[in-house]
Design a protein around this ligand. Structure first.
Ligand SMILES: [Zn+2]
Length: 254
């Protein structure tokens, strides 16, 4: 056996044993924090420098996992509705010889409609005829409530119209159809197609609100021949209007 020229197999053996021992020690000592893991970062000069703090990985620390995604629960859409009490805040509207005014009828009905819709949890705004909020008003529907003049003996019935130059004719036609069908069947009044005027189709509020807000105007009945319904049964009138609004908002075909 030659001495010094070849690696001593005994030395290699001890070296391997030493490395195995160090590995075992590290395997136990690092997790319990006896031997810190020093994080190395490269600073601006490109030199490796120990990070500010020593990172110790604790045993038994729960492994962070991805936060479970909460189950998707869509927020129910709360319908937003604007109700104009025709002529309120402005003038009396039509007037009968005995002093009955259109605005008092409109207000009595509008207040009931607002209360009923709010009862469904809907967001409802009662608006005046020239309410500043009408400017660019955004809602799922806007309805202006009016009553017809007191000077047409023998005339009975109601009318509903949307803007002549509608930006959204399809939903607005459906809105009108919903009101026409439900208001007619609840109040028993006939639909009076013939006396729809420019006062209705060119109604000022149609051109003040956001063009994407479906809007309509209703003349709920004539103040002379339909007076009993309008003044003594405003709840029936309000129910008819509410049924039309519900039909439109909840997407009935008419
Ligand atoms: Zn009016």
């Amino acid at each position: 056996m030659k001495e010094g020229t070849e690696a001593d197999p005994w030395a290699i053996g001890w070296l391997v044993r030493g490395l195995v021992l160090v590995t075992f020690l590290a395997a136990f000592a690092v997790p319990v924090g006896l031997v810190p893991i020093v994080a190395i970062a490269t600073d601006a000069s490109g030199e490796l420098t120990p990070a500010e703090s020593v990172i110790v990985i604790q045993l038994g620390t729960p492994v962070p996992t991805a936060t479970p995604t909460p189950e998707f629960t869509p927020t129910p859409h709360v319908p937003r509705i604007g109700i104009i009490a025709g002529h309120s805040g402005s003038d009396v509207g039509a007037m009968c010889p005995d002093g009955l005014t259109e605005v008092e009828i409109n207000l009595a009905v509008a207040e009931r409609v607002v209360r009923l819709l709010a009862g469904y949890g809907w967001q409802v705004h009662q608006l005046e005829e020239f309410d500043v909020r009408l400017n660019g008003y955004q809602a799922d529907a806007l309805l202006s409530i009016h009553a017809d003049s007191c000077n047409v003996p023998g005339k009975t019935g109601f009318k509903v119209a949307r803007a002549e130059a509608s930006y959204i004719p399809h939903p607005e036609d459906r809105f009108v159809e919903c009101l026409r069908h439900h208001y007619g069947s609840i109040t028993g009044l006939p639909f009076d197609q013939d006396t729809i005027t420019y006062d209705m189709t060119r109604y000022h509020a149609f051109y003040e609100i956001n063009p994407n807000t479906p809007a309509a105007i209703i003349e709920a009945g004539f103040m002379l021949d339909d007076r009993a319904l309008l003044t003594e049964h405003p709840d029936v009138v309000a129910n008819g209007i509410v049924a039309g609004l519900v039909c439109f908002i909840e997407g009935e075909s008419r």
